[in-house]
Design a protein around this ligand. Structure first.
Ligand code: SF4
Length: 358
């Protein structure tokens, strides 16, 4: 197999939100190494969007929980010779995967004391930057011209994570350069225009990261009264709460009826999204949909801000914040004040401000 025909592998088996935050990295790999097709290793069911958007050329969806399926997929990957391997995913298992594959030019990942054996190039993760940029920073170890661009357009340019715990409007921060953004168009689909609804995603994998059901209901009712079309979105597991909220507010729910790719396409037709700190928030950044996100147990300093400029984060300052890296099942101090203190009328004001400027 000639050097030009060998594919390059990107390993990102994280949750959907983290996978979406890999988009700037994927876009740059395409530009820096255009001759080699890109194969994406991701969780089952998440790859379709990346294919249809032309971000990657092939998928290797791997179910880590099913040993037989995982082994079969690994056997296929081991049979091939890879031009390069990029591994933004940081688990020990991903490092072992990289170690077991044949790679010609280099393999690159984030440096930890326990993964020295896996990569030929390792990068110190720039924790002070948002996660989309952290993932992208891997290319500073592989390409000198990219490193130059990084140093002139990203380093010390105001992209560092804020430690503000008050409402935060990203319109007041530097504009994200297009080459580092999450925006990704679908190649084979014209954007459907029509009602331009406001989407609401009330779910999150973690209960403490969910704003209150009463709050979402009140917000949806107010928006309907003002003549907006409201659509609830979420995963199949969130369809019960979305249906309940849709019934209460006289709106509709499409929760559980869309794939990740379908959700992003749906978002392209909307006015804005109201969400928790969740995968839906990151999907909005891909579609270019303005977003109001409610943060509670997690804080912006962690680096998982909505990676777009038309975004406002609603949050209240509390001594107990943050209480968990990802969120938790229960509020440790049993008040859940980080969410109950956020009022529907306040969110509506932030949302209207965002819409008026978009
Ligand atoms: S401890 Fe504080 S930040 Fe954590 S869930 Fe409870 S109220 Fe929210």
């Amino acid at each position: 197999l000639s050097e030009e025909n060998r594919a390059q592998l990107v390993i990102q088996t994280a949750f959907p939100g983290d996978l979406l935050l890999s988009i700037p990295l994927l876009k740059q790999i395409r530009i820096l190494y255009p001759k080699n097709p890109i194969v994406l290793v991701c969780r089952p069911g998440l790859g379709e969007f990346f294919l249809t958007a032309g971000l990657v050329d092939e998928l290797a969806e791997m179910n880590k929980r099913n040993k037989a399926e995982f082994k079969a997929e690994m056997t296929k990957l081991k049979k091939r010779q890879w031009a390069r391997i990029f591994c933004p995913h940081q688990s020990f298992r991903s490092a072992l995967m990289v170690r077991s594959l044949k790679v010609h030019e280099f393999s690159v990942g984030f440096a930890h004391w326990w993964n020295f054996f896996a990569f030929s190039k390792r990068m110190k993760k720039p924790l002070e930057l948002p996660d989309a940029l952290r993932q992208l920073s891997l290319l500073c170890r592989t390409n000198a011209s990219f490193k130059k661009k990084w140093e002139s357009e990203i380093v010390n340019r105001g992209f560092e994570n804020t430690d503000s715990q008050r409402d935060f409007n990203y319109a007041q921060t530097p504009t994200i350069p297009d080459w580092a953004s999450m925006r990704a168009a679908r190649k084979d689909l014209e954007v459907v225009s029509g009602g331009r609804p406001i989407f609401i995603a009330p779910g999150s994998v973690w209960p403490t990261k969910r704003w209150t059901e009463e709050g979402f209901a009140e917000l949806a009712k107010t928006l309907v009264k003002k003549g907006h079309q409201v659509v609830f979105v979420g995963s199949a597991g969130e369809s019960a709460i979305c249906e309940r909220l849709a019934t209460q507010s006289g709106t509709v729910s499409v929760a559980g009826k869309t794939t990740l790719a379908g959700l992003i396409d749906l978002f392209r037709s909307g006015q804005a999204l109201v969400a928790n700190d969740s995968g839906a928030m990151h999907a909005a950044s891909v579609a270019g949909l303005p977003c109001v996100a409610v943060f509670g147990p997690t804080v912006l300093k962690f680096g998982f801000r909505p990676w777009q400029n038309q975004a406002v984060v609603a949050q209240v300052e509390l001594a107990c914040r943050p209480c968990a890296t990802h969120g938790g099942q229960r509020c440790p101090i049993k008040t859940h004040a980080c969410m109950t203190a956020v009022q529907a009328n306040h969110l509506e004001k932030l949302l209207m401000g965002l819409i008026s400027k978009s």
